[in-house]
Every structure is written in structure tokens, then in C-alpha cells.
Ligand binder design. Sequence first.
Ligand code: ATP
Length: 461
Amino acid sequence: MTQPSLMEKIVSLCKRRGFVFPSSEIYGGFAATYDFGPMGFLLKKNIEKAWRRWNVEMREDVVEIEGAIFMHPRVWEASGHVGGFADVLVEDMVTHKRYRADHLIEEAGLLENAGGLSLQEIDDLIRSHGLRSPDGNPVSSAKKFNQLVKTHLGATEDDTTLVYLKGESCQNIYLNFKLVQETMRLKLPFGIAQIGKAFRNEITVKNFLFRTREFEQMDVQYFCRPADADRYYEEWKENRWKFYTEFMGFSAENVRWRQHSPEERAFYAKDAWDVQYRFGEIGFQEIEGIHHRSDYDLTQHQKFSGTDLSYLDQETGDRFIPYIVECSGGFNRLFLSAMFDAYREEGEGDKKRVYLAFKPSLAPYKAAVFPLLANKPQLVEKAKAIFSILDSRFSPIAWDDRGNIGKRYYAQDEIGTPWCVTVDFQTLEDGTVTVRDRDTAEQKRLPIKELTTFIQTGLSS
Ligand code: ATP
């Protein structure tokens, strides 16, 4: 029997413990869309909170906005998405299934990164190596396929009512640059952050949350003087490394950098690096891009909208379009990397346990409270009182009085609850409880009055 891959184990855990469900499952599912279940929702909120804490609250120079999904259709012409936001596809000549040409070339081992190839180069590679589709059939020549998701708003369905769902979330930030700068009276350098939806008609849909058609992007767009941009680019790179390896606590060996080659980079970009995370058997893949974007975005919107987006430096009297250093990550990939990083298996056979070693502040529940026996009213009453104390400080707290204690520990381990507090008969005598640690599975007795300090200390470590 073949062993399931780490990705398969995580997909299965996500479903069985209420983290992530395939969207529309009762209709047989809907490709590359997922719903967050109760545990996934709590984890999502905690990850967003951590992201916001690091990128906005702990800084004095970043503010956050939340923009609309619908924007003026010209935005996507100015941004280059209508003309150029395209994947290069080839079609299986027998099944007519379409595949991303760069992925076929990479999976065949011809190039490590085929993202920057021209149509001609792709066709040449396919022909010279006799590349076939995954079903073993010949493929067509390469064609561009626009990824923007379109719809209509208004009473008719024609070109005049065509609108696009956001292909990338950061466009709201560029459009609001001037309003934010003026209303908040900000001076360069400053950043605008946003967690916002993005939609892409992705053709290769596999690897669970890694590539979805609807996802949230987590952006910081940092506006600065052109002469300072190189320095801030380096600072943000350092900042991103610390965010993943220190603040999120990801193991440093699972995180690495990849620089874009000049062919891959947009013509206006001075430099571009991806932060990659090692997703088990799939290997290192992009979770965030850090881009040195020059003044391209604001210049384009100034040109297409006819609105002056320049910045007046009060001290020198200079007027110019600021440069942008962009940090653009995706929530689904951050969520998935948090799951991969936390997943642990221990022991064999009956003794085997799976647990999610989340940093305590990320865990869906901060602690769980159990009465040892559900049919002993004194134990239940005492456990409820402890639950209330902890819940008022560290909400949400889990409550479980079903099945035996071993099963309850097992269930809390699989959702990553750092501490389980059990009320037993000794509690009624001496006011102590059993506290079990998720990572070591060790149990110790603690006086009830020390519980909140104990949990608070664990959460801040
Ligand atoms: P890829 O090359 O993997 O398609 P990209 O370079 O197009 O990604 P960007 O446009 O730079 O990605 O978007 C920034 C971030 O948004 C990515 O680092 C990733 O975390 C996230 N992202 C992009 N596309 C998807 C997707 N289809 N599903 C989930 N997250 C995505």
C-alpha cells in the first residue's frame, strides 16, 4: 500500500477536523474553490490578526484599507491586465484539455522555471523534446489565455456593462494612494496595507489551497522617494524573512528566496524575489512576491484616469510620482504553509498521534476544558466555572465532555489546542487541575488560580 503524501494527510485532516471543505461538496464540488469550516475560520482570523499586527499595528508608517471588489473597468486596462494578464496554454489534441505550458515544461524537467518564455520558445521546446500532455497525447502550439474573471453589472449584457472581478487586490491601494495620503496627512515613505479578494481563471488547478480561483491577497505597498527605493526594497526583504521565520515561527529550513530572472520580470520592475515555502513532496513554491515596481502603477493610473497622482515634497518643493516596493502574499498559501509547518506525527500503531504544533496565538482554541466525567455534576460545575474564567480572558476556549479523556486529547491535538485542562476529583479537594501540553503530551497539576498566568505566559512566548 502506498503511503499518503504529506499534502494528502493535510487535506484529509483539514476536512475531518473542520478546517477546509471543498466548495459545493453536496453538488460534487467545484474546482479550485474551498470553504473554511469552523476551525479553519478561527485559524484564518488568527493568521490575519498576526499579519495585521506585524505589518500594520507594530509600525508607525503603514495604514490599512479595505477596497471594493468592483472597480472601474479602465483600471484593468491601465494595470495591463486586459492586455497582458495571460497564462500560456497548450491544448491536448485528443482530449482538448488545456494545460499551462510553463508547468508542462517544468514538470518534464526541461527547465526549473519556464515562466518567462516567449510563445516561440515554448513551441520550440515542445517540438524539439516531443513533449506530450499528461494523458500522453500531442499538444497544440502555445496560445495566450486571459485570466481575468468577467461579469456584467447593469441592465444589459453587452460591452458597455462589462466589468472584471479583481485580478489582483492591490489595485485599490494605487487608486486610493492620493486620498489616503491627503486624508491621513502622510509623508513619504509610508505604506498602505490590504487584505482583499482576488479572482483568477486558473487553468492548472491542483494542490488544494495552493492554486485556487478565488483567494485573498495580503499586500503592503510601500511608497517612497525614487532615490530611497533600493534601500527600502532591501529593508522589506529582510522584514519578510523575519515575518515568516520569527513572527509566524516557521522553520527556517522550509523557507527560502528565489530571484526572478530578467526575462521573467515585468519590463518596469527593477528587481523581484519570491519567498518560497517547502510544501512537502511538491517542494519549494512561491508564497509571496517582493517587487521593486518603480513608478509604473501610479504613472499608469495617472495616464488612464487623467488625475494627478504626483506627490509634493513640502521640504524640497519637488513634485514626483513615488516609487513602490510591493510585498504581495496570498492568504491561502499562508494558511497552507501554517498547516504544513505545524503538522506532526508521533509514535506507532495505537500510540500514534497527530498534532498541529501551531504557535499558541495562532491556534483556533487557546485551551480546552474538560470535566473528567460528564455524569458527575460537581465536576461539570467546577469545569464550567473554569471555562468561564478562561473564556473571558482567552476566548475562544473549547469545551468537551464527550467520550473518554484520551479521545478528547486526540481531537484537541489534531486541531492544535496548546493546553487541555481537566477537572477531576482531586480538583474538588485541593483546587488543582491537570494541564496537558499538546507538544510533549506531558501532564502536570496546577492550582486553578495559576491557570490564567500560565496560559498568558505561553501565549506570549
Ligand atoms: P503563480 O506564479 O504561482 O501563479 P503569481 O506570481 O501570479 O503566482 P502574484 O500575482 O505575484 O502571484 O500574487 C501574489 C501572491 O498571491 C502569490 O505569492 C500567492 O501567494 C498568491 N496567489 C496568486 N495566485 C494564486 C492562486 N491562484 N491561488 C492562491 N494564491 C494565489
